[in-house]
Write a protein that binds this ligand. Structure first.
Ligand code: 5AD
Ligand code: SF4
Length: 479
């Protein structure tokens, strides 16, 4: 607004589309000593929206902030630095963020020295960054490729009192060695790759997150070994398309190989997300069968069950090919729990095409799904596609789909009734006094009677006595 602006760099969707063959830069994090006490005596708060990738990025930003003296605050509106780590995958994700920015505007009156920063995916969009600069009282704007510059950006904002904008629309880099403050002590996110080269026509991610780039396997394996030493029980391997792991490195080493190697680290539980059905290969399925640490659960987004829609979405597989992978998986890991993502109301989707999705949901026997109405994202091919399906029809489809998906959730829990399951305990349950909860190997939320807080982070056995759509209830089995 009236503030000066240091325009270090602005986003460009045109640049963000470019994929070159050039090698990816690995940045070894080093703190410039001049920033070492920048946050001394000051507090910070990070709001995190969107996917697990953002949660992992926030842990890195928290690590960087604490390394320069900041301490975490409980009250976002009274802290010295507030960061909003944003998501722009669908319009409603952005709407929430505009709301929080609005709230911050008012609160800033009580705390005029507060610095407000916005980062993550939203600033990577040209139109969003323009709107933030023009209409909101934000001091620092940066994107997904430069969180390692956070101390520099804070420094500039403090000492120039100007609005600092640094959004890079390049293909991204790999950040190694940055400090992290992990949210939990028993479950950890481990990035194995960044970016996406799939370019599904509805999706903004390839533009906001840059090109597919894999971390070196040694760095990943060492991180997991460290986590084992620190007492972690579970890791979730993260990437937009983890099944493409290693392709960019040009080595004869794939995601399946990585699973076999990580199994040897001694970590008790390995999960991974997200998978692209086209890249899910036999070796990965075999690793799921062979490695006890790889959990019998998979999130495998299908998006639609109709071949024409899948084609226009640029998903590069058919209904039949998807089902062939599901059937192979079930052959190798018979008790696997499958979940998925589905978009309804993609431009031009007919009733018949939607019914093909319902058929696939039944055939695949999903035990859960995230369901979305198509949301046009500026800069993506689908944004310009003719979309004449009335909103009411889209909502009706979504409701029918959710009803079917919910039957799957319940069926998925019912199969454990009367059985003993292994649960990694997360903490006290919100489901009632004297109850604790955690997740089973199949990623089923499980509640059990106990108030023994020393169980947090431990693996326990629970005998399931009751199931609902969203969770299971059982009794702790003493050894
Ligand atoms: N509209 C609706 N849903 C979308 N997703 C991605 N882009 C869009 C969009 N433009 C969904 C997909 C993806 C999940 C993370 O979000 O289902 O798998
Ligand atoms: Fe988006 Fe498709 Fe990449 Fe997933 S695979 S992040 S839906 S472009």
């Amino acid at each position: 607004m009236s503030k000066n602006r240091i325009n270090i760099s602005m986003p460009s969707l045109t640049d963000a589309k470019i994929r070159r063959k050039l090698g990816v830069e690995t940045i070894k994090y080093e703190l410039d000593p001049k920033y070492k006490d920048l946050g001394k005596g000051k507090t910070y708060y990070i709001f995190t929206y969107g996917c697990q990738g953002n949660e992992a990025d926030s842990e890195v930003m928290a690590g960087i902030l604490e390394s320069i003296g900041y301490t975490k605050s409980d009250d976002p509106f009274m802290s010295d630095l507030v960061l909003l780590n944003t998501c722009c995958i669908r319009e409603n994700a952005e709407v929430r963020i505009w709301g929080v920015l609005g709230q911050l505007k008012g609160r800033r009156k009580n705390n005029p020295d507060m610095l407000v920063g916005i980062c993550g995916c939203m600033p990577q969009e040209e139109s969003a960054t323009k709107k933030i600069i023009e209409s909101y009282d934000v001091d620092i704007i940066f994107g997904t490729h430069n969180r390692h510059n956070l101390p520099k950006l804070i420094y500039q904002a403090y000492f120039t009192k100007a609005k600092v904008v640094e959004v890079l629309s390049n293909e991204g880099n790999i950040l190694e060695g940055a400090p992290k403050v992990r949210e939990l002590k028993h479950k950890a996110w481990v990035n194995i790759m960044y970016g996406c080269d799939e370019f599904c026509t509805y999706c903004i991610v390839p533009y906001t997150r840059g090109k597919e780039r894999s971390r070196a396997k040694e760095d990943i394996i060492n991180e997991v070994k460290e986590l084992v030493k620190e007492g972690y029980t579970e890791v979730t391997l993260l990437g937009q398309n983890v099944n493409a792991y290693g392709k960019d490195l040009g080595l004869d080493y794939t995601f399946g190989d990585l699973l076999y190697d990580l199994d040897k680290t001694g970590i008790k539980r390995i999960r991974y997300t997200t998978s692209h059905p086209r890249d899910l290969d036999l070796k990965t399925m075999e690793a799921m069968r062979d490695c006890r640490s790889v959990m019998p659960q998979l999130h495998l987004p299908v998006q639609s069950g109709d071949n024409d829609i899948l084609k226009i979405m640029n998903r590069k597989y058919t209904h039949e090919e998807y089902m062939a992978k599901v059937n192979k998986l079930r052959e190798l890991v018979p008790d696997i729990s499958l979940t998925t993502d589905i978009i309804v109301g993609f431009p031009g989707e007919t009733e018949e095409q939607f019914e093909r999705t319902l058929e696939l949901v039944k055939e695949a026997n999903f035990e859960g799904a995230y369901t979305f109405i198509f949301s046009p994202r500026e800069g993506t091919p689908a944004f310009k596609m003719k979309d004449d399906t009335p909103e009411s029809v889209k909502h009706d489809r979504l409701e029918r789909l959710i009803a079917l998906v919910n039957e799957g959730y319940l069926r998925g829990n019912e199969r454990f009734l009367g059985q003993e399951v292994e649960v990694l305990v997360d903490g006290e349950s919100k489901n009632g006094e004297g109850m604790m909860c955690g997740y089973s190997r199949h990623l089923k939320l499980t509640h059990f009677k106990s108030n023994d807080l020393s169980l947090i982070g431990k693996l326990v056995k629970v005998k399931i006595t009751e199931v609902k759509t969203w969770f299971m209830i059982g009794d702790l089995v003493e050894d």
